[in-house]
Design a protein around this ligand. Structure first.
Ligand SMILES: [Zn+2]
Length: 390
């Protein structure tokens, strides 16, 4: 099973080496958990009880919440669900127990909590309330299950922390990334969106959790101030053709003047939304972005760009653990590389920024591979379980 990882680790990113983010989503199939035949239960993460590093009352403090990579207040609904989980623990006199990489509940507590949260979910009439409950519950469980187990910065188990190997650098002031992340990707070890704020910092690459009101309000408030022309999503718009990077920002395009403004005026930051979720989840996430855009700007269309197609970097990464083709870091690398090729952007060193993300991606890949090998797991591709909890 020792595959030739060395070759994979030295892949060189160029714009042509990326399948478009759009296409990688469109090609993806719904996923099921495929595990290696020899993977024994002994090689999985041991069950963990939620009391590890528990400050006492079980609540999530502001410091703990922000430590995971955000500047927002603790979401009110997450706090409420954590309190309910702790209350249930007392009521049924069974400890909350977590296992696996996703911080999933286990055992008797899980059975009881399943019944309870399903009933709560069913009782909600409004789809917005259902989404917010679903997201907050996912986040709450992951926070409790990962407490004291994962490094807050790199979301890897503490013994596999890769933080010391990541080289931070400043993103060009004319752009900002927004990682619009599905709750099921939050605190996932093999998530790659987190690499962007590890490299660029949480102000330049900001986490926005789907369905978490506090996060979405911060993001949309920024977009409202920035104006529609300074927001764009790296995802295909199904109702209108997504523009290529060249069309959207190239020198010959109508956006040329705006690009010049961006270079001379520090206030004109371009906001790029990267959708960080599986293919099936991404459709719902994009729909929500469009709805929110319409409510603010009153227009149906939402500015979108797609990367140029080519051989997928993910194709090279595919033999690696737990990887799929919806790799958010690769989308960011592709965007930076394609912008670098446009004369108007060529002097900002975006190629160096792409290399910095690429380096972090390689470091993550090595850390995940080393962990799987150490735990006796195979390192061929494993795809994600896709069942819905709610
Ligand atoms: Zn770390």
């Amino acid at each position: 099973m020792l595959i030739t990882t060395t070759r994979t680790f030295t892949f060189k990113c160029s714009p042509s080496s990326f399948t478009s983010f759009a296409r990688s989503h469109m090609d993806s199939k719904p996923k099921t958990l495929v595990q290696c035949a020899f993977m024994s239960s002994a090689s999985r993460s041991p069950p963990r009880e939620a009391c590890v590093n528990d400050p006492g009352n079980g609540s999530i403090s502001l410091q703990e919440w922000q430590g995971w990579g955000t500047t927002s207040p603790v979401p009110a609904m997450v706090t409420k669900i954590v309190e309910e989980l702790k209350a249930l623990e007392t009521d049924i006199d069974a400890p909350m127990s977590f296992g696996g990489s996703g911080g999933k509940l286990q055992g008797y507590f899980k059975v009881q909590e399943d019944k309870k949260h399903r009933a709560t979910y069913q009782a909600l009439c409004d789809s917005e309330e259902k989404l917010q409950f679903f997201s907050a519950r996912q986040i709450a469980c992951r926070l409790l299950g990962s407490r004291g187990y994962l490094c807050q910065k790199c979301w890897l188990p503490l013994e596999d922390c890769m933080c010391s190997r990541v080289i931070p650098c400043n993103l060009w002031h004319g752009m900002r990334f927004w990682l619009y992340m599905h709750p099921k990707d939050f605190l996932r070890q093999n998530n790659t969106g987190k690499l962007l704020w590890q490299v660029f910092g949480i102000e330049a690459a900001t986490l926005c959790l789907y369905g978490i009101a506090e996060h979405e309000e911060i993001m949309w408030s920024t977009f409202k101030d920035a104006g529609k022309n300074n927001v764009c999503c790296l995802y295909p718009n199904k109702n209108a053709l997504s523009k290529s990077v060249q069309d959207a920002f190239g020198e010959e395009s109508s956006a040329d003047q705006k690009c010049r403004l961006m270079m001379t005026n520090g206030d004109k930051t371009m906001n790029f939304i990267l959708i960080d979720g599986t293919w099936s989840n991404s459709n719902a996430m994009f729909s929500r972005l469009k709805e929110q855009a319409k409510s603010i700007w009153g227009e149906e269309d939402f500015p979108c760009i797609a990367l140029a197609t080519g051989a997928s970097a993910m194709h090279k990464l595919r033999p690696q653990p737990s990887w799929d083709r919806t790799c958010t870091a690769a989308a960011a690398i592709g965007l930076l590389s394609e912008l670098q090729l446009l004369p108007v952007f060529s002097s900002f060193g975006l190629d160096k920024l792409a290399e910095a993300v690429e380096h972090a991606l390689v470091v993550l890949l090595e850390a995940l591979t080393a962990r799987r090998l150490r735990m006796g797991r195979c390192i061929t591709r494993r795809v994600r379980h896709n069942s819905n909890i709610c």
